[in-house]
Ligand binder design. Structure first.
Ligand code: CU
Length: 297
């Protein structure tokens, strides 16, 4: 290859590299706000993948466009192209580069996943002894919010064992590790909060442990990521991330309320449907009764 070709190809690759990096940075703005510690890790991985993907997409389509524009066969040229086979150097290059990219992304993904599971300093998992033998004090320095999540057809119910509070709205104190036990009495549901970039399947009749740390105050939305039946689309709830004081105030306020049935779209739509004769004949799964909770929005 001539020096001039090498230089111009390198210059194009460099420009494309800068452009891909910019698109990678831009990709942060395509996503919901980063409301959890985990979202920062996931977005870094996503941005890297977008940058690499941009480089490959424009590298390949750019080369193709260049060939089509400048290396077309003449109008009446019906002869075959030269039979090229066995360029060892080229084969080594185009095997090694994708191999290295795949290994790099696998490593990056694994690291991201590992960091998401690493708990905040001082935190010991629930299964470990909760008291230090010498001091009799709990070993965890960072406070934890414990929430039991019941996902059923079709409602989310959040239970705070500390104060025996139930709610259809999830409240979490900011900058505090949240630990969940996910339960389902019927089918598989998906615990999914896009702003937190976390998603976990809720398996029927099995307790699933799950953790993350919200870092930004605000109101977010929890959705079911698994199709769980007729009124699946109504299976949403608000997630309120607030200061420690506001959270405690809310919890205390909720603890004083007597449980009442929460408004439930699935239950009310089903009841309305039962009143219409023509539609009542259609078979469907009846929703669970509206949840009895201390607090609903
Ligand atoms: Cu569901």
């Amino acid at each position: 290859m001539k020096l001039k070709t090498v230089l111009s190809l390198s210059a194009i690759a460099l420009l494309l590299g800068v452009f891909s990096y910019v698109v990678g940075q831009w990709s942060y703005s395509w996503l919901p706000p980063q409301a959890s510690m985990e979202s920062q890790l996931v977005d870094q991985l996503f941005s890297t993948m977008v940058a690499i993907g941009t480089f490959i997409l424009f590298g390949v389509t750019g080369t193709m466009t260049y060939s089509i524009l400048f290396h077309r066969a003449g109008r009446y040229d019906t002869s075959d192209g030269p039979p090229i086979e066995g360029n060892i150097k080229l084969e080594i290059i185009w095997t090694t580069i994708p191999f290295l990219i795949v290994i790099y992304l696998a490593y990056f993904s694994y690291q991201t996943y590992r960091e998401m599971n690493i708990q905040a300093p001082g935190h010991v998992h629930q299964a470990a002894p909760t008291k230090n033998v010498a001091s009799g004090m709990p070993p965890m320095e960072m406070p934890i919010t414990n929430v039991e999540v019941l996902a059923k057809q079709w409602a989310w119910v959040f239970h705070y064992p500390e104060k025996n509070v139930t709610s259809t709205e999830l409240h979490l104190p900011v900058n505090q590790r949240a630990h969940f036990i996910l339960r389902s009495p019927d089918v598989i549901h998906g615990f999914f909060i896009p702003a937190f970039r976390v998603k976990q399947d809720v398996i029927p009749f099995e307790d699933t442990d799950f953790e993350f740390t919200p870092i930004k105050e605000g109101k977010y939305r929890i959705r079911d990521s698994q199709f769980s039946g007729t009124y699946f689309a109504a299976m949403e709830a608000d997630v309120v991330v607030e200061s420690q004081e506001d959270y405690q105030a809310w919890l205390n306020h909720a603890a004083r309320q007597t449980p009442t049935p929460a408004p439930n779209q699935a239950a009310s739509e089903y009841a309305r449907r039962q009143q219409k004769e023509d539609r009542a004949a259609w078979k469907t799964v009846p929703p669970a009764p509206p949840p009895m909770v201390n607090y609903h929005p």
